[in-house]
Each structure stands twice: as C-alpha cells, then as structure tokens.
Design a protein around this ligand. Structure first.
Ligand SMILES: [Zn+2]
Length: 529
C-alpha cells in the first residue's frame, strides 16, 4: 500500500504528536486522574486515549494546511507557553481569554512574563525544535503524500474514538457533558482551536452602529439640582475580601466608617473577565442575551445618557473601555502626562483631580463620570498599591504566583483592596464638596472577582459554568449623599436582594431621571424620591 512508503515519516509524526501530548498536558492528565482513577479505572484509560486521538485528529488536520516541519516547531513552542499558564494559573484559553490577550497592553503583558515561562520553553520546546531541525529532511514529503497519510490517520482515529465512545457510551456522555473542564486543558489543541475561532470572529465584517432607544429625555419636573454621578468600575475585587462584607481582616477601614453607604450583598457579575463584564454591565441588552461581538456597535446606557443631554466622561486607569466609550469623552490616566499620582505605575486616585476640570466645563448640565480602576488586577498584586499600603505582610513580591505561598498572595491582594478602599474614600471626600451644587451619587461595582488559590485555582476568567463563587460574586456599593435623590432608609431594605450586572443600566438611567423606552423589566436597586 502507498502509505507504507511514508512509514518512517508517519512514525515520526505519531511519535512527535505523542511527545507533544504527554509533556504538555500535566494539568489535563491530573484532572482525568482525579476524576476517574479512583472511581472508574477502565474509563481513565479510555478518556486519555480519546483525548490523545482527538489531539491527533486536530494536528493531522492542521498538517493538511501547514508543512510538518513548521507545524511542529509552532506546536512545541506554543504548547510550552500554554503549559506554563495551565500549570501556574489554571488558565483556560477560550475565545474570551484570547480577546483579553489581544486587548492587553504592554504593561499587563510584561506582568505575566517571568523566568519560569522561559524555563518552560527551554525544557519543553527547545529539545524538540532542535530534533526537528536536525531531522528536517525526513519531513519534506510532497503535499500529495502528506494528504494521503494524514487522511488515513484522521479516518483511523475517528473510528477508534467512535468505537471507544460507543462501548463506554454512558461514561463518554458524562465525560462530555459534566466534565467539560477537563477538555479546557487539552494542550495545545484547545487554546489553538479558540485562537483560530477568535481570529475568524474578529475578521468578520464590522457592523453599523445601532440605536436602541427611540427616545431618551431627562424629566425636568422633579429636578432641583443637576445630577452628578461617579460610576467606578472596579477591577478584580472579590466580595468576601471586604471588611464591610464580613471579612475578618481590616481591608476597608474607610468604607466601614462612611455614612449613607448602600452595600449590596448578593451581586453576580456578567462574566469572569473584564472584556465581557465591562461592556455587559453598560449594555441595554439583557445579560443572558448579551453578545460581546455586538456590543461595540450597539447603543449602551452611556450613549443613552448622552442622547438625553447628560455630559458623559470615561476616565480610564485600566487597559481601555472595551468599546463602551467609543462615542463619548475618553481619557487614559496610565501615564504621567495625565495622571498626577504615579510611582511604579499610575494610581487610581490620580483620576480624581479631573473632576474639577469636568465640572468647570459642564456647569448647567447633568454629569456622569465613569472611572475605570486598575484596582486589584493580577497576578502582580504587589504593584497595585504604593509601598505605604503594604499593611498585610509578608506580601508576594512576584508576578509568578508559584514563587509565593497562598498566604503571601492573599496578603498582596488584600493590600490592593486596602488601596481601593483609600481610593473610594478619597473620591467620596471630593464628592462631598459638590453636594451644595449637585445631587451627588457614587456607585462602585467590580467587573469580576478573583481566585486566590482555593482548589489550586488562581486569577479569573474561568467559564461562568464552572467558575467558583469567588470569581462571580462581586462587591457593589452606592454612596447616596445627603443631596442625592436616593431615599437611604427605604433603599437599605433592598440591599440583600439578588442582583447582577444586568441592573446597572436601569440604575444609571433612573438616578439621572431619564425617560426612555430601553428600561429592562427588573427589580430596582434603590428607592428614589
Ligand atoms: Zn477585570
């Protein structure tokens, strides 16, 4: 038979695929082991065989497009990088994670680079790349021969997967439906599949901007003073690490002593990553129907406020607005040119002085200012606060979390919350000075939470279906000043109800007294005058 003439090349192909699979899938194999080894030994082996064969199909498929030599150079290199993230942070490379990767700025990216990553590449990729270069001649087959050989491999593997899957059909079903998490760590096929998917999605033609609100007007009848809302988009703050939410450590000393705070106890984020949660919370679409691909082209609540005549500003000390502020005033505070409080990085408090300038420009108009915080963005928590806020010690001083104990990681994280507490206090202090001229409200809500080593999971971004509570349960606070329209006592009775990011758009429009047809049919968060 013809394919036998390719046997040496084919053997090398299978050997390389096996090596690639075995050395880069420690996390995957661990998960399969933990799930099946003690309860269902036969399926433990079947699951590994299925995972290997699907990987073989994926790589043989790619090999139809990319010559073998270059394909394996690419696969060994990328798999070693994915291995590092899988093993260090339990990162899942789905399309959302890829979007985050592409939208990350240089500062955040260098936070993640480390000597350990270099070690992974050195040990897991370089020997094989050397092997490939020394044996390059073996892989130089004609496209026709390669096509035959790979189609043969693909057909045989599909048959084997089907046979194994059918014999163990019950286990296979639960493997596919209930143990999804296992497949998320198949390296490098899962990350690469999603990379191609995300690339394909971003190449799709750009859509035209869509107005959703037929009308949006400010009801002037009961407006005594102009409104001033500062909406703080928090970053990576988890609910249970705030003292005001029952945390035993004193991470929020200022909030603890702030009067007229409405502290919501049961708020769930729209997702576990910035790239979705930020556009989702400002979206006029219901969270369950929210599509991040449409968000840049759909009117959001900030657009509605602007349409109603409110002056809307987006101040950003994070990466960017995730397209929420595409049509309104936007200013970045990541550099010394704009931010007055910078040491090793520019601080969230450095956005506060801008309020003065804004209000000088917009006297006679309602004002909505969004402040997008750097907050507790990981893994370099220790960079998220000035030295004098290092209260919990010893604090992890590395972006490589594996170098630190969980206690040190939590210490660094808690210091970043302490700094957020200081930022919110400073903001509230500043806002108090505007009470005589404005109806002032401050809203704070985090975009998602964070895992700090529970179950060996770190950072955030796990798919909502499997994400732990710590990544989804977010802090939300409203400071209703004396001059605000929010009735404090009646509103306090609503703080323990279940809410999500889905409530944000209604909240903003209600406080601004906007009449529009884009309100959602949901429970209000506050009682207004
Ligand atoms: Zn975030």
């Amino acid at each position: 038979m013809k394919f036998l003439s390719l046997s040496k090349e084919l053997k090398y192909f299978i050997a390389l695929t096996s090596a690639l699979f075995l050395i880069n899938n420690i996390t995957l194999l661990n998960l399969v082991h933990d799930t099946y080894w003690f309860v269902n030994k036969p399926f433990f082996f079947i699951a590994i065989a299925i995972l290997f064969l699907t990987q073989l199909i994926f790589i043989a498929g790619l090999n139809l497009l990319i010559p073998t030599f270059w394909l394996f150079i690419f696969l060994f290199f990328s798999a070693s990088v994915f291995s590092f993230f899988n093993q260090s942070y339990m990162t899942v490379f789905d399309t959302v994670m890829w979007q985050n990767v592409f939208e990350t700025n240089v500062g955040e990216a260098t936070d993640l680079l480390s000597p350990k990553l270099l070690m992974y590449i050195l040990v897991l990729a370089l020997p094989f790349i050397y092997f490939l270069i020394s044996n390059k001649a073996i892989f130089e087959k004609s496209f026709k021969d390669r096509l035959k050989s790979r189609l043969f491999i693909i057909s045989v593997s599909i048959i084997l997967v089907l046979v194994g899957g059918l014999i163990f059909s019950k286990d296979t079903y639960s493997f596919i439906r209930e143990h999804k998490i296992i497949r998320y760590y198949q390296n490098p096929s899962y990350p690469l599949f999603n990379l191609f998917k995300q690339g394909f999605m971003s190449l799709a033609p750009k859509k035209a901007y869509k107005e959703k609100a037929k009308y949006a007007n400010i009801n002037l009848e009961n407006e005594h003073k102009k409104e001033l809302i500062v909406f703080v988009v928090g970053e990576t703050a988890r609910y249970d690490h705030f003292t005001i939410n029952g945390y035993e450590r004193l991470t929020t000393p200022h909030l603890l002593n702030t009067a007229r705070l409405l502290n919501f106890s049961n708020v769930t984020s729209c997702s576990t990553s910035t790239a979705i949660s930020v556009p989702c919370m400002f979206s006029l679409a219901d969270s369950s129907k929210f599509k991040k691909g449409n968000a840049p082209y759909e009117q959001n609540v900030l657009d509605v406020a602007a349409k109603a005549g409110v002056d809307v500003y987006w101040l950003d000390n994070n990466s960017d607005s995730k397209h929420v502020a595409d049509r309104i005033f936007y200013k970045s505070y990541k550099s010394k040119q704009t931010n007055t409080v910078c040491d090793i990085e520019c601080r969230d408090v450095g956005m506060i002085p801008e309020l003065e300038t804004i209000l000088n420009q917009s006297h006679k108009k309602d004002v909505l200012v969004v402040m997008h915080q750097m907050g507790s963005h990981g893994p370099a928590y220790f960079k998220r606060y000035p030295k004098e806020f290092e209260h919990f010690k010893p604090a992890c001083q590395s972006e490589e979390l594996a170098k630190c104990s969980d206690e040190e990681i939590i210490n660094a994280y808690d210091n970043s919350i302490l700094y957020t507490d200081f930022f919110l206090k400073s903001l509230i202090e500043k806002l108090k000075t505007y009470q005589s001229n404005y109806e002032v409200t401050m809203i704070y809500i985090s975009d998602h939470g964070e895992s700090l080593g529970e179950g060996n999971v770190y950072l955030h971004g796990l798919p909502m279906a499997i994400a732990p509570e710590s990544q989804k349960h977010v802090p939300m606070i409203i400071w209703a000043s004396e001059s605000s329209d929010i009735l404090y006592e009646p509103s306090k009775k609503l703080v323990d109800r279940e809410y999500t990011h889905n409530n944000v758009s209604n909240l903003i429009m209600r406080i601004l007294e906007i009449e529009s047809d884009v309100y959602k049919e949901i429970q209000p968060l506050v009682v207004l005058e």
